[in-house]
Design a protein around this ligand. Structure first.
Ligand SMILES: CC(C)(COP(=O)(O)OP(=O)(O)OC[C@H]1O[C@@H](n2cnc3c(N)ncnc32)[C@H](O)[C@@H]1OP(=O)(O)O)[C@@H](O)C(=O)NCCC(=O)NCCS
Length: 254
């Protein structure tokens, strides 16, 4: 996923960073009618009257999102093409202290310090260009809003990938610094999953920024290190942790 570290993270060169390889440790507008159905499926809004979620449904629900929405009034909606420029509103600041590497098929966590101050303009314009390309091929974008402010964004690429062309890529996912760990990322992933299923996809792919926090987040929402690395995405982002998740039971065997 385009970000601010490594080749996938074009800001890496500008980030303040030290690395200690020696002590390597071993060890995530308004709703259209069709939108509303997706939001219901993702557990972000309920039908009226609100049904009691059953056990299966509950597991798909963004628990923290529902709790925090009440507190922080986070709302979700699809982003129009002309709103993509607003990605700059997201506060990208992050201090990373541990980064995952994939070594011999195992995740290795290494101490590595990266101070991501914010978006680097070159990286951001490249990301925006790729987001437009995602939308051009039937992709979608969603925003999480606190009041009128954009505090989270997710972009699904509509291009079919994978050996059997039944997988789609979660191209972009960012939550503003002050809004992380409140369930917003989980809420956005829920929307992405619902749309991907609607598109007929059986698996969802992500090229994850290798930071400990981000990889743990993706694991927490159901992704695992992929056994089928997508060559084009790997070439673009070789330092990322490439992950995928099953959207339809049995997709793994295909
Ligand atoms: C990664 C990111 C999108 C996650 O969004 P978020 O809103 O902070 O994450 P959430 O609050 O929705 O977390 C969802 C789940 O992940 C879990 N999680 C998050 N960080 C975790 C961590 N470090 N370790 C273990 N679990 C973690 C949460 O506990 C939560 O699980 P729960 O709902 O079962 O309690 C966000 O932190 C971010 O934008 N990070 C910086 C940019 C980035 O790396 N983007 C991804 C590029 S590929």
């Amino acid at each position: 996923m385009s970000d601010t570290m490594g080749s996938s993270c074009p800001d890496r060169a500008s980030a303040t960073r030290t690395r200690r390889c020696a002590d390597r440790l071993r060890v995530p507008g308004p709703l259209r009618i069709s939108d509303r159905r997706l939001y219901v499926e993702a557990g972000i809004v309920s039908q009226e009257p609100r049904p009691e979620p059953d056990a299966g449904r509950r597991s798909e629900m963004p628990r923290d999102c529902r709790e925090q929405a009440a507190v922080a009034e986070i709302t979700y909606r699809t982003l129009r093409r002309d709103e993509i420029e607003r990605v700059e509103e997201i506060d990208r600041a992050e201090v990373i202290n541990h980064v995952f590497h994939l070594r011999d098929g195992q995740l290795a966590l290494e101490e590595e310090h990266v101070d991501v101050g914010g978006w680097r303009s070159g990286a951001l314009s490249q990301s925006k260009q790729r987001i437009y390309e995602c939308l051009d091929r039937e992709g979608s974008a969603w925003g999480a809003f606190y009041g009128d402010g954009l505090v989270g964004i997710a972009v699904l690429d509509g291009k079919r990938i994978g050996r059997t062309r039944d997988m789609v890529d979660l191209y972009f996912l960012h939550v503003s610094s002050g809004f992380r760990d409140r369930g917003i990322g989980r809420g956005l992933v829920g929307l992405v999953k619902a749309r991907a299923v609607e598109m007929g996809a059986r698996r969802l792919y992500v090229s994850a920024t290798p930071s400990h926090h981000t990889v743990r987040f993706y694991m927490g929402v159901g992704f695992a290190v992929t056994s089928q690395v997508e060559p084009e995405l790997f070439e673009r982002e070789p330092e990322d942790i490439h992950m995928d998740m099953e959207l339809v039971p049995g997709a793994e065997e295909r």
